[in-house]
Design a protein around this ligand. Structure first.
Ligand SMILES: Cc1ncc(COP(=O)(O)O)c(C=O)c1O
Length: 477
């Protein structure tokens, strides 16, 4: 009965010797999920009236979590789902650390600084000592901070010139991740979306002059578009902005959203000019919990120099009796992930990161190649930017099924591979995407290819079309 479960149960509190009552002896010994509380209901949306045994509460939560999908087969997420046993040990040892308590946990604070300085060097900051950065809870917060710095810099320049500051806008691809829509919404910035088209499948600098003006606080370039995994050509976008500056005088900075690519490109495409080597890039963000290989939630954002982060956005927190700058949306947040990032930097080094990312890319390129061989599919890209690729149904292949049906069939085998429509101006195209992460081995990938081939054979052999009622993408970017 709701709410009555444990007030009426006969369980013995954990600190009462089990031998003292016969009933609880049975409770503690019985391994068959027959303990009071396990055999009855807990209230779902109301705090239970009283305590329960830790074993009972643990089992209930553990069992409910078991109903989630298998994270290793989740090829929809970019977020890390595995760390090694040393990392797990470090995680449980440091789960109590609050990142904001820099005075109480000065070593964690120092390690945070070491990490973003390492990242600033990875991203070729001209002088890592003059750069400034911070950890965040993920890329969304990192992007918000990058966007806020752009907005404040623009406001300061406008005020200094005696011009109004009431109509800031941000130029970005229609294929941006939702965090940028949130940024524009929450901080009253007009988003100017450049639609993707068949000719321009990502933001590539063409037509930028139609979107930017004196109220543009910046342009967002994505290293690893969420929908498909392709890199936006940062250097080309910067060159377009250089031309605009020559003709109009407008000096518009770029924030690179490297949520995924920020931790891939330095290792797999070291010669690609996308980072602080491009002078117009003011700031870069990434998710440590994606290809940084750390459990959720950790992100990083780095500004080229301290001058790119307006000082009036930065607060002082006490640190070893002195002060430490803090620029964050949250106050308290976990410090353990920062230690995990440092552990991985020490554990893997440059070569180790290269090997892990290359292994993921090899699997992505193999999978893309096998899917390209199937007549049912047209590849959108081949996994050679970040280890992510998407495909669409070959025009005219079938009128009996679509990629949502394929996604459902693959789910029967445990694979989570979403299908979804592309953004403006390609909303009539539905694609399906695979994100290859550390842990999707070549042999698992071979099983997946077989499962896709079997599912396609089943769907192709249907005599009547699959029903389409209620068939929409439940997937959000
Ligand atoms: C390009 C891009 N930016 C930002 C984000 C948001 O990242 P996070 O989940 O770390 O907040 C994502 C997430 O997929 C992304 O792909």
């Amino acid at each position: 009965m709701w709410g009555m479960t444990n007030s009426s149960d006969t369980s013995t509190p954990a600190d009462v010797p089990a031998a003292s009552t016969g009933v609880s002896d049975r409770n503690q010994l019985n391994p068959l999920f027959a303990r009071s509380g396990e055999a009855t209901d807990f209230p779902l949306n109301r705090l239970p009236g009283s305590e329960s045994l830790p074993e009972t509460a643990y089992q209930i939560v553990h069992d409910e979590a078991m109903l989630d999908g298998n994270s290793r087969l989740n090829l929809a997420t970019f977020v890390g789902t595995w760390m090694d046993p040393h990392a797990d040990r470090l995680y449980s040892e440091s789960a109590d650390k609050n990142m904001i308590d820099k005075d109480e946990y000065p070593q964690t604070a120092a390690i945070e600084t070491r990490c973003w300085k390492m990242i600033a060097s990875l991203w070729n900051a001209p002088d890592a000592e003059r750069a400034i950065g911070t950890s965040t809870i993920g890329s969304s917060e990192a992007c918000m901070l990058g966007g806020l710095a752009l907005k404040r810099r623009w406001q300061q320049a406008r005020r200094a010139a005696g011009k109004p500051t009431d109509k800031p806008n941000l130029v970005l691809s229609s294929a941006v991740q939702v965090c940028w829509e949130k940024f524009c919404n929450y901080w009253d910035v007009e988003p100017r979306f450049v639609p993707i088209t068949d000719e321009h499948r990502c933001l590539d600098g063409s037509d930028l002059d139609k979107y930017v003006d004196e109220n543009t606080i910046g342009v967002v370039a994505i290293m690893g578009v969420t929908y498909t995994g392709v890199y936006e050509p940062v250097a080309k976008i910067a060159a377009a902005l250089d031309r605009i500056q020559e003709s109009t005088g407008l000096d518009i900075p770029i924030h690179v959203d490297g949520a995924s690519g920020g931790m891939i490109a330095p290792f797999l495409q070291p010669d690609l000019s996308w980072d602080f080597r491009v002078p117009r890039v003011a700031s870069i963000s990434t998710s440590a919990h994606k290809y940084g290989l750390v459990y959720p939630g950790l992100g990083w954002v780095v500004w080229r120099t301290v001058d790119d982060l307006p000082s009036d956005l930065v607060f002082d927190v006490t640190y070893l009796g002195g002060h430490m700058p803090s620029f964050a949306l949250n106050f308290s947040r976990p410090g353990a992930q920062v230690l995990l990032q440092y552990y991985l930097f020490l554990r893997l080094g440059f070569d180790g990161y290269y090997r892990v990312q290359k292994a993921s890319q090899d699997v992505a390129v193999y999978l893309a190649g096998e899917i390209a061989k199937m007549p049912a599919f047209d590849l959108w890209n081949d996994g050679t930017d970040i280890p992510v690729f998407a495909w669409q149904l070959t025009k005219g292949h079938t009128d009996k099924w679509n990629l949502y049906h394929l996604s459902e069939r693959l789910r029967l085998k445990g694979w989570l591979i979403p299908a979804y429509p592309m953004p403006d101006d390609l909303t009539d195209i539905v694609v399906q995407r695979i994100v290859v992460r550390n842990g999707l081995s070549r042999s698992l990938a071979e099983s997946l290819v077989q499962d896709i081939a079997d599912a396609v054979a089943y769907l192709d052999a249907l005599e009547a079309p699959m029903p389409t009622e209620g068939l929409t993408s439940g997937f959000t970017h």
